[in-house]
Design a protein around this ligand. Structure first.
Ligand code: GLC
Ligand code: GLC
Length: 814
């Protein structure tokens, strides 16, 4: 069952009924000011950091779902009835409801009692504000008098404190209302130099800034007293809960359309010019006023929207494909790339499942996110890499996360994940392959942000490499530390105390438990590092990286192989995990996927065997599960993985993030059909028809789909912010379609299904536009290239020596 449809031409998903299984959200903003917005106008906004600089309030885990938003009410002045065109919060049965989620904007509207209303929400480029463009049309045959109310609830900046520290917070709320603009200035009197504003393009007939006055005692957002009464009360908030609400009256002739613009924004003032006049407590509005005035103009708002459109045309234009499969096309051309931007911007901080409080930017996560993002805005990828590397410790180890506002690493969600350092190598490799910008390796970067410790980025990568060699276990495999990619395989935790965080508790010295997954990652990262070193004048280093990779590969083959597949780990008693010898958790996806991706066992049949075992034991119709059999009880020595009921999350759920490792592995074996089959099983668009089962948005990947051991098999959770976005994009674009940036040029190496006759693609790479046509003439994956009419040896196309900006490539597969 579907709840809408894809409008590919407009790059939109159109939701046609508001009662989706879960709120289906979109992101507003792509630089510093952000918001999430659901299909019924729920959501919130923040500046840069969802925890520390939250502008508006939202209630997670509320009933109904999705409480708090950018709510507009219309009231028929004749009848006194009122409703919200976005369905929530009043939930009237409106006609023609639609929500169009597009690239950085969302338009929601409906018709009720002959009045049609749509609101387009977006964040203009280069501004710290959002625009709500409301269009109201009187579809009646008679004139109509309506009041329009627009409302938001302010958050007192620190979202964590806002949700907990009521003894203070009920006292500090402050606002100003000047010339019809509502300014939220809680804590501005003391150490903050920022405030929020909420403005309206039309003369207003009333406002409210005190929530109690707006809603009335014991009433909710579905039934605000002052909307029901038809008149806002001009309340001024003193403490309690400051809000912003405007009222505009419209007289509409039959058929008449009117537009109103609301602007909600964030402004910082220089610390020494906070007040005007100086010495008072009044906000200095010199900087804010012109911006507000500008975007309240209908024309400016439209122009800003067009700029946003053009921005996305450009970003998405970098890679476009036309394949025989609509799901591939729309995910690659539109939604998967778009999701990669969201994960780059948000890491794992703010979504329907991430409260914006818990997690900042993850070291592991953000590096992987680059795989799907780097081609879009390489300059921002570069900046992100340097930020991440600056938090690296001088041991080569890493903090697991940092807060975007401070850019300092912290251990709030744990540290000592021994896979972390290697993702930096993969992030840097992806950046150099895309851009050819080798200078990044020479950038001086500190350790742990300590001035004076700067070394070239290349040295950081070297330390990442050494970190593993200094942390080897009894078999010569890498010690797992807190955990590896699988946060929940906590082999040194041994927690028997309820409420202990698995991510921060350690009860073993960590000298025994080893990870075969990290071993595979190490081999892969060391190959990349060697390729980088040899091209960057470090031939000796390159040799040393390759020797170490080789040795690790031998160790994996000797002590990391279970006979038919790769082992997953050794626990802290030295017992095997992911082995036939176990009752539960006999086979895992991560080590098998990643070792094959790294090329291990391609030469001796192990890779083929391992992926055949993955197919036999882990493949389900909803994707590949993490392991089998699921853990049916809590194992002290395994930690969080066994804390989840069977089939959920890391305990044998379909973790969509790791499925592409197997897809890539299959392409390395030359298995286009298998790779593509796995690709389609979790492709959200291909799952649109079963939205009542899948439940999350059909236009973006979710982190997890419940596995076959779960009663809700096939149900997705944790949509949007997941490494799934980047890895699937990377797998389909670079390994299945095989349009792959390398250090030396653009490689063309498709491993597509046997049934595909070919496809075409456009790829802008290092300033050159490549038009690529792939044609199948035989069943295999051999590639014969013709570049601008001339047959070519090999399959890496080097940047044109004569500076041509357009190159056409045709490739024959046989
Ligand atoms: C979450 C984390 C990611 C981790 C994965 C598996 O997605 O963000 O870092 O690798 O879970 O545990
Ligand atoms: C929990 C989740 C896991 C996530 C981790 C980090 O363990 O199960 O997916 O990676 O938290 O916050």
């Amino acid at each position: 069952m579907k709840f809408g449809y894809f409008d590919d031409r407009n790059r939109e998903y159109v939701i046609t009924r508001p009662d989706t299984p879960l709120p289906w959200i979109n992101y507003l903003g792509c630089q510093e000011y952000f918001g999430i917005i659901s299909n019924t106008a729920g959501g919130y906004s923040f500046y840069r950091d969802a925890r520390l600089r939250r502008l508006t309030r939202y209630r997670y885990n509320n009933a109904p779902w999705d409480c708090g938003g950018r709510y507009i009410y219309l009231r028929d002045e004749e009848s006194g009835s009122f409703w919200s065109p976005s369905w929530q919060p009043t939930r009237h049965a409106a006609e023609d409801y639609s929500c169009r989620h597009g690239m950085g904007y969302t338009t929601i509207g409906s018709k009720f009692s002959g009045i049609e209303a749509h609101t387009r929400y977006f964040v203009p480029l280069d501004e710290n504000l959002e625009i709500w463009q409301l269009t109201v049309t009187n579809r009646r045959a008679t004139p109509a008098r309506v009041s329009v109310f627009a409302s938001i609830e302010f958050c007192l900046w620190d979202a964590q404190d806002d949700a907990t520290n009521f003894q203070r917070n009920y006292n500090i709320g402050e606002v100003e209302v000047v010339d019809g603009v509502i300014y939220h200035k809680t804590e501005y009197r003391e150490r903050r130099n920022h405030f929020a504003f909420f403005a309206c393009s039309e003369p207003t007939v009333g406002f409210d800034t005190a929530r109690d006055a707006f809603l009335g005692p014991y009433r909710g957002w579905d039934n605000p007293a002052s909307v029901a009464a038809g008149q806002l009360t001009n309340s001024i908030a003193h403490g309690w809960a400051p809000i912003g609400a405007h009222q505009v009256k419209l007289d509409l002739a039959a058929g008449e359309t009117r537009q109103i613009v609301f602007v909600l924004g964030y402004q910082e003032n220089p610390v020494d010019r906070k007040f005007d006049p100086p010495g008072t407590q009044t906000i200095n509005k010199t900087l804010a006023k012109p911006t507000i005035a500008k975007y309240l103009g209908q024309k400016e708002a439209d122009a800003a929207f067009e700029r946003l459109r053009a921005h996305w045309d450009k970003l998405l234009g970098i890679f476009q494909v036309d394949t025989p499969d609509v799901h591939t096309n729309r995910m690659v051309n539109i939604w998967n790339a778009y999701q990669c931007m969201a994960t780059f911007n948000m890491s794992r901080s703010a979504s329907s499942f991430e409260s914006g409080i818990g997690r900042g930017l993850g070291f592991r996560d953000s590096n992987q996110d680059l795989l799907g993002f780097v081609h879009m805005v390489p300059a921002r990828a570069r900046e992100r890499i340097l930020d991440l590397a600056s938090t690296q410790l001088d041991t080569g180890g890493a903090y697991h996360q940092y807060q975007p506002l401070t850019k300092r690493g912290n251990n709030d969600i744990g540290g000592g994940f021994n896979d972390d350092p290697h993702w930096l190598i993969l992030g840097v490799a992806a950046y150099i392959k895309e851009t050819g910008d080798w200078s990044i390796l020479d950038e001086p970067v500190p350790y742990d942000n300590k001035p004076g410790t700067e070394e070239p980025l290349y040295e950081h990568l070297h330390r990442s490499f050494r970190y593993t060699l200094e942390c080897l276990g009894p078999h010569g495999l890498p010690l797992i530390g807190r955990a590896d990619w699988n946060d929940c395989l906590n082999l040194n935790c041994f927690s028997d105390t309820p409420g202990n965080s698995f991510q921060t508790t350690t009860n073993r010295d960590g000298k025994v438990a080893e990870s075969v997954f990290i071993a595979g990652l190490f081999v892969h990262a060391s190959h990349e590092l060697a390729a980088i070193a040899s091209r960057h004048g470090h031939a000796d280093d390159a040799k040393c990286f390759l020797t170490a990779a080789d040795r690790m590969e031998q160790t994996i083959k000797k002590d990391g192989w279970d006979g038919d597949w790769f082992l997953r780990a050794y626990d802290s008693f030295g017992e095997k995990i992911g082995s036939k010898e176990r009752e539960e958790g006999k086979i895992f996806i991560e080590s098998n996927g990643f070792c094959v991706l790294a090329g291990i066992g391609l030469d001796d049949g192990r890779a083929a065997k391992a992926l055949a075992a993955v197919r036999e034991h882990l493949a389900t119709k909803h994707g590949l599960v993490v392991h089998q059999p699921a853990y049916t009880r809590y194992y002290l020595h395994l930690g969080e993985i066994s804390s989840y009921p069977p089939g959920y999350k890391e305990n044998a759920g379909v973790f969509c993030h790791v499925n592409p490792w197997v897809m890539i592995g299959e392409t390395r074996l030359g298995h286009g059909d298998e790779a593509y089959d796995y690709y389609l099983r979790i492709n959200p668009s291909a799952r649109e028809e079963i939205s009542e089962v899948h439940r999350c948005e059909p236009y973006v990947y979710a982190q997890m789909i419940a596995g076959k051991d779960a009663p809700t098999f096939g149900e997705a959770k944790n949509s949007w912010l997941t490494g799934t976005a980047a890895w699937n994009y990377y797998a389909i674009a670079q390994w299945i379609l095989g349009v792959r940036p390398t250090y030396d040029g653009l490689e063309i190496a498709p491993v597509i299904p046997a049934g595909w006759q070919g496809f075409t693609a456009t790829r802008i790479f290092r300033g050159v536009t490549y038009k690529i046509a792939i044609e199948r003439k035989g069943a295999g994956n051999n590639v014969a290239l013709t570049v601008d009419g001339a047959a070519m040896k090999g399959n890496i196309v080097h940047p044109p020596a004569d500076g041509r900006k357009d190159v056409s490539i045709s490739a024959v597969l046989s």
